[in-house]
Write a protein that binds this ligand. Structure first.
Ligand SMILES: NC(=O)c1ccc[n+]([C@@H]2O[C@H](COP(=O)([O-])OP(=O)(O)OC[C@H]3O[C@@H](n4cnc5c(N)ncnc54)[C@H](OP(=O)(O)O)[C@@H]3O)[C@@H](O)[C@H]2O)c1
Length: 214
C-alpha cells in the first residue's frame, strides 16, 4: 500500500516510515518543511510537502492509506491544539473521502476515551483528540483509531497490551516504536478496521494483540 504519514518527522512518524518500508508498503512522509526531505528519504520514504494549517491535499495523490501521527506538541497553546490535532486531522479525513483514500489509521490518545479525566490540564487536548476521532468514526472511511497511553522513546519491545474500547485498561507507558509497529500490524489485517484500540506497554506480541486468529 502507498501510505501517507502525517507527522512523518515526529517521534512515532520516524519509527513508522522504515517499518512500513520493511513490510513492503510504500511510505510517503508528509512534512511541512523541505529541510526534512532527506530525513524522510533516509527512512525509506518518499517526501512530500503538506502543512496541516495550510495546503496538504496534493500529498495524497495516488495514496491508498493515511496515518495521522501529527500533533501540535506539549509546548504550544490550546489554539494550536485546535488547529492541528482537531481541525487539521478533520481536514485530512475530508480530503481522504474526497479523493477516495479509503484506509485511515489515527494516532489518538488514551485520554480521548474519557476526556474529562485527570489531570485536568490535559482535558482540552483530549477533547480535541476525541472530536477528531468521532469525526473519523462517522466518516465512510475504513478507520482504525489507536489510543496509546504515555509515549516513551525506549527501544521497541515488539510486545504491547491492546484493549479494545470499553474493556479493562492497562497501565504501562508504551515506546513510540511499538506504536509504530502496531500501525503496520493494523494495516495488515481487516480485524482492525472499524475498531478503537487502547495501547499500553505489555507482554503480548503485537500481531497477536491486534489479530489473535491471524
Ligand atoms: N506524547 C505522548 O505521550 C502522546 C500520548 C498519546 C498520544 N500521542 C499522540 O501521538 C501522536 C505522535 O506523538 P509524537 O510525540 O510522536 O509526535 P511529535 O514528536 O510531537 O511529532 C508531531 C509531528 O507533527 C508535525 N506537525 C505539527 N504541526 C504540523 C502542521 N501544521 N503540518 C504538518 N505537520 C505538523 C510536526 O512537524 P515538525 O517536525 O515540522 O515539527 C511533528 O513532526 C500525536 O498525534 C500525539 O497527539 C502522544
Amino acid at each position: 500500500m502507498r501510505v501517507a504519514v502525517f507527522g512523518a518527522n515526529g517521534g512515532i512518524g520516524r519509527e513508522l516510515l522504515p517499518r512500513l518500508a520493511e513490510a513492503d508498503h510504500e511510505p510517503i512522509g508528509v512534512v511541512r518543511d523541505e529541510s526534512q526531505f532527506d530525513a524522510v528519504r533516509e527512512r525509506g520514504g518518499e517526501p512530500r510537502l503538506g502543512d496541516l494549517e495550510g495546503a496538504f491535499e496534493s500529498a495524497l495523490e495516488g495514496v491508498d492509506a493515511v496515518v495521522f501521527t501529527a500533533g501540535s506538541g506539549g509546548d504550544t497553546d490550546w489554539g494550536k491544539t485546535l488547529l492541528i490535532d482537531l481541525w487539521g486531522a478533520r481536514r485530512t479525513v475530508d480530503a481522504c473521502v474526497e479523493r477516495g483514500v479509503d484506509r485511515y489509521v489515527m494516532i489518538s490518545a488514551f485520554g480521548a476515551s474519557e476526556p474529562l479525566g485527570d489531570p485536568e490540564e490535559m482535558r482540552p487536548y483530549w477533547v480535541a483528540k476525541r472530536c477528531a476521532d468521532d469525526f473519523l468514526e462517522q466518516s465512510p472511511l475504513e478507520a482504525t483509531i489507536l489510543r496509546p497511553t504515555a509515549l516513551t522513546d525506549d527501544e521497541g519491545t515488539g510486545r504491547i497490551a491492546a484493549t479494545f474500547e470499553h474493556r479493562e485498561a492497562g497501565e504501562h507507558a508504551i515506546p513510540r516504536a511499538d506504536v509504530a509497529a502496531t500501525v503496520v500490524a493494523c494495516l495488515e489485517t481487516d480485524e482492525a478496521v472499524g475498531e478503537t484500540i487502547r495501547l499500553f506497554g505489555g507482554d503480548t506480541p503485537i500481531e497477536s494483540a491486534i489479530d489473535p486468529d491471524g
